[in-house]
Design a protein around this ligand. Structure first.
Ligand code: SAM
Length: 329
């Protein structure tokens, strides 16, 4: 078991397998894309598997594959298959935008994947295009249908954006009436790859709840599961649930159990830090596994108390402007 210097259990890894994405959500990356990583900079699947196996031996129990968009990386299913066989890994899950995912759903089910986070900011095809820059709404909806058809739990990730999708909040909660999906409204963060200027948070978790309550006055708080990053609610009579993630207000750091690895192997023990060490480099230098494990433990033992401290301690990038696609949202 891994415990950090603040007594928090660390058992959850989020691994970003690529920085590339087939959408251009304006709050995540600029229309022209990013300065894409070269193949040699990216970790190979073998390297990622080696790191995951080591971390699972050390006490990681859950791995989420994210990106960029995981399904744009070639042979992702082979990698997921190998990961799913790791002994000691209790849960393998994915965050995807759903553009390419639908045909893979039966295979995901066979691998034992029980839950998928699907990013969806609107239920209107026109607004989807305005937000993502791509005409892919129908494919995302098809992925949602396929996931539900195969009995895979769906959590919708919805970034709440002034002037873009406020009119979607109520319809998204309405969707949970008949469908067993959980919609999670996320505060917009400054990680936009400088795609647009971040003018401060307009919709914090309190305002989001007020807005949702206007349409659903009966909405009720429910107990948050252990390590939950969302405040969780239910609307009586609805099959699905509602969550609000205070990603910018950072109210959940006290129970944070997660670490991240970027597509180039940078370890982040907080979303807001700028990387503590590069595991890919340690592997490529041929450092022995027990030494890598010791280095990782040192990193886990010098974790920032919360996202505010992590942001203050940044050395390389002083502002948090890099894209979520490079840090594993
Ligand atoms: N491509 C996959 C997807 O879209 O789900 C995985 C990577 S994406 C970076 C992961 C999540 O980060 C998405 O739900 C996205 O909406 C969220 N995200 C990206 N930039 C964000 C920002 N500036 N503020 C809040 N959430 C953001």
């Amino acid at each position: 078991m891994i415990t950090d210097n603040h007594g928090r259990k660390v058992n959850y890894l989020r691994l970003a397998v690529t920085d590339r994405c087939n959408l251009r959500c304006f709050y995540c990356m600029p229309e022209e894309g990013l300065n894409w990583l070269s193949r040699s900079e990216l970790m190979s699947y073998e390297e990622m598997l080696q790191i995951c196996a080591l971390l699972v031996k050390m006490g990681i129990e859950k791995i989420r594959i994210t990106g960029g968009e995981p399904f744009v990386r070639k042979d992702i299913m082979k990698f997921l298959t190998a990961l799913s066989k790791l002994k000691g890994l209790n849960e393998l899950t994915i965050t995807t935008n759903g553009v390419l995912t639908a045909p893979y759903v039966p295979e995901l089910k066979k691998l034992g994947i029980k839950s998928v986070n699907l990013s969806l900011d609107t239920l209107d095809a026109g607004r989807f295009f305005a937000i993502t820059g791509r005409d892919e709404f129908a494919n995302v909806m098809q992925t949602m249908e396929e996931l539900l058809k195969h009995g895979i739990e769906v959590k919708l990730n919805t970034v709440v954006m002034e002037g873009k999708n406020i009119q979607d909040l109520i319809p998204l909660v309405e969707l949970t009436k008949e469908l067993p999906v959980s919609v999670r409204f996320i505060e917009e963060m400054p990680f936009n790859g400088d795609g647009h200027i971040y003018n401060g948070l307009k919709w914090d978790y309190v305002r989001i709840l007020e807005e949702v309550s206007k349409g659903f006055p009966g909405i009720k708080k429910v107990t948050d599961p252990l390590f939950s990053t969302s405040y969780n609610y239910e609307v009586p009579g609805h099959k699905g649930g509602v969550g609000i993630i205070a990603a910018y207000s950072r109210t959940f750091c006290g129970t944070c159990n997660r670490v991240r690895i970027t597509p180039v192997g940078e370890l982040k023990t907080c979303l807001y830090d700028d990387g503590l060490l590069n595991i890919r480099d340690l592997i490529r230098q041929g450092i022995a596994e027990n030494e890598i494990a010791a280095t990782l433990l040192t990193a886990f033992n010098t974790r920032a108390k919360d996202g505010w401290e992590a942001e203050r301690l940044r050395v390389v990038h002083k502002g948090v402007h890099e894209s979520m696609a490079t840090i594993g949202g």
